[in-house]
Design a protein around this ligand. Structure first.
Ligand code: AMP
Length: 218
């Protein structure tokens, strides 16, 4: 019989390090890293209808409506490479998305196993996001705390790095507010299910990874 698929949800405010850690965790666990933000950005660069719609919300730091977000993630999770499960980063972000995910996963024969909640205080988030540099392949750098070997190119594939439009301080502040209003209720939701593990996201990247690996039992 097939082993049950494993789904891990990275929870935390924007800039907590979810993407960085999800990338490492997925690689070490042989799972796929599924980032809803990356999926929207892919659509944006391909200029799809979904991308154009998402852009109107993303540029303001608002959430894209649940129905389109849920449909996009569902499409991704039902692809063959997600058969063993996934590390979800940026999804779910609302209680409605969490409920939809539950239904989705049960039809895929899996469930959310663990929800690492990477906690970082607000004042650190703005500083982190304004120094952030991204690679098209999903790796994340920081001008001061995690610079690339060569400015500004990816260490692995040498592609040019870019700064996100929505990492501007005023948009970042709105993204943090949106997080508290719409996403933070999920902390309680997964705590009640006994799935939440809080991790101190202010530590060095490697120490956060170490705590995360312990949390998932590796
Ligand atoms: P992220 O890369 O996770 O910071 O996401 C960037 C932006 O994409 C967010 O600020 C939202 O506008 C949008 N987005 C990403 N994930 C979701 C989601 N689960 N629900 C709604 N909007 C999302």
């Amino acid at each position: 019989m097939n082993k049950k698929a494993v789904y891990i949800i990275m929870l935390g405010p924007p800039g907590a390090g979810k993407g960085t850690q999800a990338e490492v965790l997925a690689e070490r666990m042989g799972l796929v890293h599924v980032s809803s933000g990356d999926l929207f950005r892919e659509n944006l660069s391909k200029e799809t209808e979904l991308g154009k719609l998402a852009q109107t919300f993303m540029s303001k730091g608002e959430l894209v409506p649940d129905d389109v977000t849920i449909a996009m993630v569902k499409d991704r999770l039902t692809r063959p490479d997600c058969e063993k499960g996934a590390v979800l980063d940026g999804f779910p972000r609302t209680p409605a998305q969490a409920e939809a995910l539950k239904v989705m996963l049960s039809s895929l024969g899996g469930d959310v196993t663990i929800v690492p909640f990477i906690n970082v205080p607000d004042e650190v988030l703005v500083e982190r996001l304004s120094g952030r540099w991204m690679s098209k392949s999903g790796r994340v750098y920081h001008a001061i705390t995690n610079p690339p070997l060569e400015k500004w190119f990816d260490d692995v594939d040498d592609s040019p790095l870019y700064q996100r439009e929505d990492d501007k301080p005023e948009t970042v502040r709105n993204r943090i507010q949106v997080y508290y209003k719409q996403t933070s209720p999920l902390i309680e939701y997964y705590k009640e299910q006994g799935k939440l593990i809080e991790i101190d996201g202010t530590q060095d990247i490697d120490k956060v990874t170490e705590d995360l690996m312990k949390a998932v039992g590796k």
